[in-house]
Design a protein around this ligand. Structure first.
Ligand code: PAF
Length: 321
C-alpha cells in the first residue's frame, strides 16, 4: 500500500521504516535537514530492526500526491498546519490516522482542515495511541528503544469509519507491531495522558532519560504528577484504580528506560512542546472541577518558561508574550 507518513521525526521515522520493511510503498514528509540526510544516507534505524533503509522523502507535499493512507506523526502543536497542507494537497487521502499524545488532538486537526474551506472527511479520520518508544538520534536517524503497541479507536456505531480502522489495523500489524482496534479509546487516551503527564515534564525539565524516574527526587515528582492527573481523570469519569495506573507508569518507565521522552527531545532541540496538550489540558479541566494541582502547575510553568511552546491547544489561554 502507498502510505504517506506526515512528520518523519522519531515516531514517524520508526513507523515509516517498519512499513517500508513490510514492503509498503512509503513516502516520508520531513524537515529539510532530515530529507537531505535520508536522501543521502537512507533512513537509519536502531533497535530490533536496525538497518539503513532507502525510503522516499520530501519536505513539501506536492499537489495531488497519490496515496492510499496517511499516518500523521507531527507533534500536537504542528497539527493545524499539517491538516491544512493535507486538505489542500491531497484529493483522496484515504484513511488518516492521528498518532499524538494528549487531549484536543482531533479538534486541532479538524480546525486546521476546515480552515482551508475543504470538506472534512470525518469518518476517515481516526485517532490512535502509541506506546512505541522512539527517539530521534539525528536528522534521518532514529531508534526504537523497546516494545510498544498501537491502539486505534473504533469509530462510534453508525459513524462510518469501521473499514478505515480495520485497514489501519492490518497495515500496522503487518509491520510486526501489536495493534488493536479498541472500543473505548477515550479511556486509553486518558490512561496514556496520565502517564505522559507524569513522565514528560519531569524528564524534559531535568534533561534525564525515562529510566531515571525510578530514582528520587524524580520518582517523587512523577508520583505527585500522576496523582493529580488521576484525580482529574476520575472527575471526568475515568475511574482507574491507583495500583493499575501506578503499575502502568512503572511498566512504561522500565520499557522505555533508555528513551528520552518526546517532550525532552523537543526541549533539547528548541522545538515547541506538547505541554498544552498534556499538563495544560489537565490544568484547564482540573480547574473546572475545582481540583488543586500544585505539582502540575509548577511542572507546566517550568516547561512553558523554556520557549518556544508552540501553538496553543484548542481551549488553551493565550500564551504570555
Ligand atoms: O511521549 C513520550 O515520550 C512517550 O509517550 C513515552 C511513552 C512517555 C515514552 O517516552
Amino acid at each position: 500500500m502507498r502510505v504517506l507518513v506526515f512528520g518523519a521525526g522519531a515516531v514517524g521515522g520508526v513507523l515509516g521504516a517498519r512499513l517500508h520493511i513490510a514492503h509498503h510503498e512509503v513516502l516520508l514528509v520531513a524537515r529539510e535537514e532530515a530529507v537531505v540526510a535520508i536522501r543521502t544516507d537512507g533512513l537509519r534505524l536502531e533497535g530490533p530492526l536496525a538497518g539503513t533503509y532507502r525510503i522516499a522523502a520530501i519536505d513539501a507535499l506536492p499537489d495531488g500526491a497519490e496515496v492510499e493512507a496517511v499516518l500523521v506523526t507531527v507533534k500536537a502543536p504542528d497539527l493545524g498546519p499539517a491538516a491544512a497542507t493535507l486538505a489542500r494537497r491531497l484529493t483522496a487521502p484515504g484513511p488518516i490516522l492521528l498518532l499524538q499524545n494528549g487531549l484536543g488532538i482531533e479538534e486541532a486537526f479538524r480546525d486546521g482542515w476546515v480552515g482551508t474551506g475543504r470538506p472534512y472527511p470525518a469518518p476517515d479520520i481516526l485517532r490512535a495511541i502509541s506506546t512505541v518508544p522512539a527517539t530521534r538520534l539525528g536528522p534521518g536517524h532514529v531508534r526504537e528503544a523497546g516494545r510498544g503497541e498501537i491502539r486505534i479507536g473504533a469509530p462510534a456505531a453508525g459513524a462510518g469509519g469501521a473499514a478505515a480502522a480495520e485497514r489501519w489495523r492490518r497495515l500496522l500489524a503487518s509491520t510486526g507491531l501489536t495493534v488493536a482496534v479498541v472500543p473505548d479509546l477515550p479511556r486509553e487516551i486518558w490512561r496514556k495522558l496520565i502517564v505522559n503527564a507524569a513522565i514528560n515534564p519531569v524528564t524534559a525539565d531535568h534533561g534525564i532519560l525515562n529510566g531515571a524516574l525510578a530514582r528520587d527526587p524524580w520518582r517523587g515528582q512523577a508520583e505527585a504528577l500522576l496523582r493529580e492527573a488521576l484525580a482529574v481523570a476520575r472527575a471526568e469519569g475515568f475511574d482507574f484504580p491507583d495500583d493499575e495506573i501506578e503499575a502502568d507508569l512503572w511498566r512504561i518507565v522500565r520499557a522505555t528506560a533508555a528513551n528520552r521522552s518526546s517532550m525532552g527531545q523537543d526541549l533539547a532541540r528548541g522545538r515547541p512542546t506538547e505541554i498544552e496538550f498534556i499538563s495544560g489540558a489537565l490544568l484547564r479541566i482540573g480547574a473546572r472541577h475545582g481540583i488543586a494541582m500544585p505539582a502540575t502547575e509548577r511542572a507546566a510553568a517550568r516547561i512553558r518558561s523554556r520557549r518556544p511552546v508552540g501553538p496553543a491547544a484548542p481551549g488553551a489561554p493565550p500564551q504570555p508574550s
